[in-house]
Ligand binder design. Structure first.
Ligand code: ADP
Ligand code: ZN
Length: 600
């Protein structure tokens, strides 16, 4: 059973329990005394009863207050067959009523409440079990909002650095502009276009730009919003979405985070019923519409490998457009797009910034411009200069500077040695990325300090020794700690994860282990091969090979460990001096450390 379902059932139990408690409580407050009928008769006869109300067999009433007590004692008794009761009550001037109402409501409640509860629970379970499919209940209370935008101002001019993707989407724009022309010529129109790429590379932006260029309405919905809903609601939403879109054709339907809803069915510990139904409905709708009416479906994902293969079949999302991180030229173009909105100083050379930011996504670059503009304002400048841009790059890399986060003296010392260790290794190895600066000012949430290494250029190929150097630099922090303090700390976890990943790739993907030979044991995940990929992913090698892989990964790490230990051991003086300077200044440059190294 679903988590939510059992939660709600507990809720109901809790409510019932609470009602019972309150009921008992009120009774307890009133302190009603249960009397035998005979005693009641005696009390009446001795004139101690003030009033009585009769309801069926039950008599309730009050005694006259006795002594100091102002509160009349309440009592209850069960009547036995007694035709003279009324006469006697009148005789002793007891006020009496026959109360039907109270029992009426109690009876009604005692019957109706359980029925209502039962029906409620049943209804709930029924709905949960997915009977809502055929519109059993019209479900309008969905959380997933369908957004419809009409006059989108975004155009292709606002999207930069993804020229190939734009090229592929031109055809779609043409089609949306003049669907008749296309259908007359018998051109084949893609129904579904899947934009594949890392977060922040402009997938949503591209989809909106297509709508803007073609001047058509843009319907959007996010896959992740479907996941939290009742069974059937998501499916109904999908139906709604397509119905609305068909009325507004030509138009674009855009589903963001398709992977959230389009995960392969039956994946995970529990098959998620709701997701499956929604996914099925999406497949049904996709099969059921004719693209010639002018509806184009677009979706975005950064994890194509987990998508249900059914989504990718012909006639569905069969057109994949790769939206990758931009190269240097692309980065420059993106920076220019966003820099249009700010005043740049003469020295603000965007090309330098583009050179500093390999691996950045479009969103990161937009963020840099934004940060730089804020910095300029804070500094009272009316133009954004290079220094603001450079600082913005650092901020975006490492999160905002947090001077106020206090490390104790010991921790600070450790971090200083750790970072100097990384930097020293990097400076000592030929071909390692150049060290820009070393800092022990904590930034963001995770990093206590950092060593900023910037490659001088974009790299597409790396040699075996370069990869080994990378591992060595990553290990440098931990080994420096061990050398100086005699033991490791938790601070190196992230480094170890990265180092292990590199070693693993060397063995499994790049065939860089002599022992295993020049074979690849892992296919690079390419979006184009999604379908085949999904099937083969689990690896097609034996247990024995798996063990050898582990050994080789360990050997690579061990080799580098020894190498770095030797290297830092020889440079212990420089390590001491560098760390001391770093502790004093909190930030030092690569060349500061280089000077120390050359002297020592
Ligand atoms: P995704 O959908 O791929 O996660 P978005 O389209 O939401 O990324 O991008 C977020 C923001 O980043 C955009 O609104 C835009 O400001 C900026 N951006 C991302 N990629 C680009 C690009 N290629 N050109 C211009 N701006 C971009
Ligand atoms: Zn580190």
């Amino acid at each position: 059973m679903n988590k939510k379902l059992s939660f709600s059932i507990w809720y109901i139990f809790l409510a019932i329990w609470a009602v019972i408690l309150v009921h008992d409580f009120i009774h307890a407050l009133q302190k009603i005394e249960e009397l035998p009928y005979s005693q009641f008769k005696t009390l009446v006869a001795t004139g101690k009863v003030a009033e009585v109300s009769v309801s069926g067999q039950i008599l309730t009433g009050k005694l006259k207050p006795e002594g100091e007590s102002k509160e009349p004692q309440l009592f209850r008794t069960i009547r036995v067959e007694d035709p003279d009761l009324v006469k006697e009550l009148t005789q002793h001037s007891v006020t009496f009523t026959g109360v039907i109402e109270t029992t009426f409501w109690r009876d009604v409640l005692s019957w109706v409440l359980p029925v209502v509860l039962f029906v409620g629970v049943w209804f709930f379970i029924f709905q949960r079990l997915g009977q809502a499919q055929g519109g059993f209940m019209r479900v309008g209370q969905s959380k997933a909002k369908i957004y419809m935008e009409k006059d989108i101002k975004v155009t292709f001019a606002d999207v930069a650095g993804v020229d190939e993707a734009k090229e592929e989407l031109h055809e779609v724009i043409e089609f949306l502009k003049t669907p008749e022309k296309f259908t007359k010529l018998g051109g084949k129109i893609p129904k579904g276009i899947l934009l594949v790429g890392p977060p922040g590379t402009g997938k949503t932006l591209l989809a909106r730009a297509v709508a803007g260029e073609a001047a058509v309405p843009f319907f959007s919905i996010s896959g992740s919003e479907f996941v939290e809903m009742f069974v059937g609601v998501g499916a109904a939403r999908v139906r709604d979405l397509f119905e609305q879109a068909k009325l507004k054709a030509p138009c674009i339907i855009f589903i963001d985070e398709l992977d959230a809803l389009g995960k392969a069915r039956g994946m995970g510990p529990m098959a998620h019923e709701e997701r499956e139904q929604t996914l099925n409905q999406l497949l049904v709708e996709m099969d059921g519409f004719d693209p010639r009416i002018g509806v184009i479906l677009m979706a975005a994902t950064n994890r194509p490998e987990i998508l249900d293969p059914a989504l990718l079949r012909a006639g569905r999302f069969d057109r994949h457009v790769l939206v990758d991180r931009p190269d240097k030229v692309g980065r420059l173009a993106i920076l220019r797009v966003h820099a249009k909105q700010v005043a740049l100083a003469g020295d603000a050379d965007l090309e330098t910034v583009a050179g500093m930011t390999p691996g950045f996504s479009g969103a990161d670059l937009a963020n840099i411009i934004n940060e730089a503009a804020l910095l300029a304002v804070r500094r009272g400048k009316d133009q954004v200069g290079l220094s603001e841009l450079q600082e913005a790059v650092e901020r975006v890399i490492a999160g905002l500077e947090k001077k106020n986060r206090v490390l104790n003296k010991m921790e600070k010392e450790r971090v200083a040695y750790h970072e100097t260790g990384h930097a020293l290794v990097a400076l000592s190895l030929p071909g390692a990325d150049q060290v820009q600066k070393i800092s022990i000012i904590p930034r963001g949430i995770a990093a206590l300090g950092y060593t900023l290494q910037l490659p001088t250029e974009d790299r597409f190929l790396m040699t075996k020794s370069e990869l080994e150097n990378k591992v060595a630099v990553l290990l440098g922090g931990r080994i420096a700690e061990e050398l100086v303090f005699g033991e490791a700390s938790t601070g190196a976890q992230n480094d170890l994860v990265k180092a292990t990943d590199i070693a693993k790739s060397m063995v499994k993907a790049y065939g860089m282990s002599e022992k295993l030979g020049t074979i690849t044991l892992e296919r690079e995940r390419q979006p184009q091969f999604v379908q085949i990929q999904a099937a083969q992913e689990k690896g097609d090698y034996s247990e024995e090979t798996a063990r050898e892989i582990d050994c080789e990964i360990r050997r690579i790490i061990d080799d580098q460990y020894e190498r770095v230990k030797r290297l830092l051991g020889e440079r212990k003086a420089a390590l001491q001096e560098g760390a001391t300077l770093l502790l004093e200044r909190e930030v030092i440059t690569g060349s500061d450390l280089k000077t120390i190294m050359d002297k020592a």
